[in-house]
Write a protein that binds this ligand. Sequence first.
Ligand code: ADP
Length: 244
Amino acid sequence: MSDTVMADGIEVAQEPDAEIPILFLHGVERTYRQGDEALHILNGAELAIWPGQSVALVAPSGAGKSTLLHIAGLLEHPDHGDVFIDGRATAILPDAERTRIRRNEIGFVYQSHHLLPEFTALENVLLPQMIAGLTRSEAKKRAVELLSYLGLSDRLTHRPAELSGGEQQRVAIARAVANAPRILLADEPTGNLDLHTADHVFAALTQLVRASGLATIIATHNMELASRMDRRVTLREGLVVELE
Ligand code: ADP
């Protein structure tokens, strides 16, 4: 529950835990072995993100963006270090609890949409909510709201193959936030789109992020898109480095 405080005569909602980052990567290390060679991809990376903050992760291919996002999203374990979600250490948690946190708190968008081809746009957004325990009618209400918000109200019954690339990605974004996560991780979500469509999808994504107070990391190669986020970071020698 939020407290309400008066600041200079203006009433503002104050989140009790706003001092705590919603996502905190602490001393994260990840090394891959290829034959005799050790690839030190993350070397003690630190990254803290607060609720409502949008962060662009801009780094060359192979720098470790996907690795960082997988670790942040509890899909992969770091070799050392930890990932704190809302102040809670996750490394020592059992897999079932990590999965529960991932399902409830974290949404993912990938470069390819990964929508289920035999289901409609509406069904693709409805299913994760029903898996999480909502009734079909509750899930449908939210799915219609989200898809309409993303400009897809006349595409609800289209299957992925009947949608354009930009529309497919907007459905994938709606699906990623269907269960109202608090963190959205996107790995080059506009990487497969032409510049104009990428711009449109990115605008929809950032508008949704702002409206919902999500914290988000978006890996992108596009500096122009990155410039519209709250912060820009890169990876240098396995560390997260703030840009500007
Ligand atoms: P990016 O997303 O920035 O392109 P990745 O995180 O996908 O980078 O990969 C970083 C580096 O780690 C790459 O050189 C990649 O080949 C290597 N890598 C990623 N995953 C594995 C793996 N499972 N085994 C071995 N090497 C890997």
